[in-house]
Write a protein that binds this ligand. Sequence first.
Ligand code: ATP
Ligand code: SF4
Ligand code: MG
Length: 329
Amino acid sequence: MTEKILDVKDLKLYYKTLKGYVKAIDGINFDIKRGEILGIAGESGCGKSTLGNGLILLKKPLNYISGQANLNGKNIMNLKNKEMNTLRFKDISIIPQFAMDAFSPTKKIKTFISDIVSQHNINPDEKFFDKVRERLDMVNLNHSVLNNYSIELSGGMKQRLVMVISTLLDPELLICDEVTSALDVSSQRFVANMIGDFRDKKIIGSAIFITHDLSILYQIADRIMVMYAGHIAEIADSDTIVKNPKHPYTKALISSLPKNDVQYKDEQLSGIDGTPPNLLNIGEGCRFRFRCKYATDICAKQTPVQEEISSGHTLACWNYKKAGSDKNV
Ligand SMILES: Nc1ncnc2c1ncn2[C@@H]1O[C@H](COP(=O)(O)OP(=O)(O)OP(=O)(O)O)[C@@H](O)[C@H]1O
Ligand code: SF4
Ligand SMILES: [Mg+2]
């Protein structure tokens, strides 16, 4: 698992608004290796979808400011839309947030799929649909869904269909944005396991799995990247993030999770006091400082830089040694 499929360096993606720049992705560094599932977690508005969408299609008002996103060694941030079109679906594909609501209500599923792939110069002939049917088998969907309208399908069925459509060209990197959020618990588990199954069968090379639900990430991700207000707080293997986090924000997120063996009457979920900052024209300093009990003067003056504190464990915090050894969080 050493070959990097994606290597992101100091990437900045800002929304241009009438009031100024919303610094939604502001200088982040991470990579994804072949065969790896990287989970991305963080509160609403921290930039998860901006990152996922920005890697596929830079659409106004989102602007590329600086940095690199190297996909198989090529910086895709510099590509023209036409060049990028040759990579979409094949090298990099996305299941966008709310994708299962995007089926046309007036088209049968087969027609909907034909229309999508035709836009990517693929002939939706019977040979093509043989492959679709093979994939439907893999996700336990009856072939008859092709003759259904989306309204006739459950949320779990639609999400499995979205998964099949997004991976028809065996993408090297699949970005899954909140694919389990609107599903019941058993459908959540099925869809999450499908991502691992598709990776094991080499239908996808690797995946970014975005969710605010850390417990799902713990089940399926090899590594977890925790984001806060457009920055990366911490990246480590899933076990380290959940059992031995060092960044104050990760520690607070983990301590707000329900524990299996704890009764609510014995222990209250701590939650995280306060709200994330507004990212419009935001300046220097750690963006978590308003909510952080370890904040010191430097936290307001200088943005902490991402550093590798041990092999594969990266974080950005001036006071991580103090915070990391604190057992009271
Ligand atoms: N079109 C836009 N114009 C201006 N700001 C935007 C736009 N879209 C998103 N933002 C801002 O960018 C930041 C990141 O938003 P994003 O949707 O990426 O967050 P997220 O982590 O995916 O949240 P959620 O968990 O709710 O899906 C937020 O501050 C959001 O308000
Ligand atoms: S840099 Fe400072 S404010 Fe930010 S998380 Fe670390 S201690 Fe807290
Ligand atoms: Mg989102």
